[in-house]
Design a protein around this ligand. Structure first.
Ligand code: GUN
Length: 305
C-alpha cells in the first residue's frame, strides 16, 4: 500500500512558518501583511474559498480585506477597485477570485493587478520571471506542491514527471517548476494520444485536469508518486460505482449523501500501485491557501526590501 501524503499536515507546517515570520515582523515594529480578496457575484464555491482564506489570514496574523461586488459589476468599476488596491500601502497581495461572472474579462482584471501584489502569480510579468527561473510571485498550488515534495525528500533530478493538464493556474507553472529542479517533464492533456501509456512513464504524476477519477490504477507506474490536484464533486451514482470500485466507503458515502469530493485520480486503485498518493480531500487542496499566505508574506517583505 502507498503512503498517504498528508497535504493538510504540510499546509499546517507552511502556515506555522508564516505565522512565526509575521510575529517576528510585528515584534520588530513592522506592520502586518495585508491580503485583499475581491469576490464578484455569488458563486457558492467561490464564497467557500473566500471564507477559508479569511480564516487562514486570521490564523497567521495577516490582515484580510474583503471586497464583494455584485455579479453585474461593470468592468470599469472592477478596474477602479484594482487601481485603488494597487495604490494602497496596507495591501500587499490582491486576489481576484475566479471565475468572474460572464461579461467580465478575467485576463484584463488579472493583468491590471500590480505584479508586486499579484499573489496568485498569474500576471504575465510573474509568469515571465518563472519562465526565466528568477524570483517572483509564483502560482500558489504548484508552489505548495513543490514544497510538499521537498518536505518528503523526493529527489526530482532526472526524474520522469508527467503533468496531466495545461492550465495557467497549475499545469504549465508546475511543469516549469519541476523542470527548474531538473526533472524530465512531459505535459499531457485531453488531446494527448494514448494518455494511459504516457502516464505510465511517470515516476511522478501530477493530475490537474478536473475530471473525476480519470486516472485509473493501470495508468500508474508501480512505485510512482502521485499528486492529485483535482477537486471534483461527484453526484452521479453510475460514475461513482465505476470510479470508487476500490473505495467502498466513498461509494457508500455517495449513496448516503448524494455527493462526494473526488480527485482526478482513482484513489483506491492508486493506493495499490503507487508509492505515495495525495488524498482528496486533505491533499493538495489545503496547500493552495498555505501557498497564498506564503506569497502574501513574501510580497510584504519585498515591499520593504
Ligand atoms: N478560483 C479557484 N482557484 C483559484 C485560484 O487559485 N486563484 C483565484 N484567484 N481564483 C481561483
Amino acid at each position: 500500500m502507498a503512503t498517504i501524503l498528508d497535504g493538510k499536515a504540510h499546509a499546517d507546517r507552511m502556515l506555522e512558518e508564516v505565522r512565526l515570520r509575521v510575529e517576528a515582523r510585528a515584534a520588530a515594529g513592522q506592520r502586518l501583511p495585508g491580503l485583499a480578496v475581491v469576490l464578484v457575484g455569488e458563486d457558492p464555491a467561490s464564497q467557500v474559498y473566500v471564507r477559508n482564506k479569511a480564516t487562514a489570514c486570521a490564523r497567521v496574523g495577516v490582515h484580510s480585506f474583503e471586497h464583494r461586488l455584485p455579479a453585474d459589476t461593470p468592468q470599469a468599476v472592477l478596474d477602479a477597485l484594482i487601481d485603488r488596491l494597487n495604490a494602497d500601502p496596507t495591501v500587499d497581495g490582491i486576489l481576484v477570485q475566479l471565475p468572474l461572472p460572464g461579461g467580465l474579462d478575467s485576463k484584463r482584471a488579472l493583468h491590471r493587478i500590480s505584479p508586486a501584489k499579484d499573489v496568485d502569480g498569474f500576471h504575465p510579468m510573474n509568469q515571465g520571471l518563472l519562465l526565466e527561473g528568477l524570483p517572483g510571485l509564483r502560482p500558489c498550488t504548484p508552489t505548495a506542491c513543490m514544497s510538499l515534495l521537498a518536505h518528503h525528500g523526493l529527489a526530482l533530478k532526472g526524474l520522469r514527471a508527467v503533468v496531466l493538464g495545461r492550465s495557467e493556474i497549475v499545469g504549465k507553472p508546475m511543469a516549469l517548476m519541476l523542470l527548474e529542479q531538473h526533472a524530465t517533464v512531459t505535459i499531457a492533456h485531453s488531446r494527448t494520444q494514448d494518455l494511459p501509456a504516457v502516464c505510465r512513464e511517470a515516476d511522478l504524476l501530477v493530475a490537474a485536469v478536473g475530471r473525476p477519477g480519470l486516472v485509473e490504477g493501470s495508468w500508474i507506474r508501480p512505485g510512482a508518486v502521485v499528486l492529485d490536484v483535482g477537486i471534483n464533486r461527484v453526484q452521479d451514482l453510475d460514475l461513482g460505482a465505476r470510479i470508487f470500485a476500490a473505495e467502498p466507503t466513498k461509494l457508500a458515502n455517495l449513496q448516503a449523501k448524494g455527493a462526494v469530493l473526488c480527485g482526478d485520480v482513482r484513489f483506491g486503485e492508486a493506493m495499490r500501485v503507487a508509492s505515495a498518493v495525495t488524498p482528496v480531500p486533505g491533499g493538495v487542496g489545503p496547500l493552495t491557501i498555505a501557498g497564498l499566505l506564503t506569497n502574501t508574506l513574501w510580497a510584504a517583505e519585498q515591499a520593504e526590501a
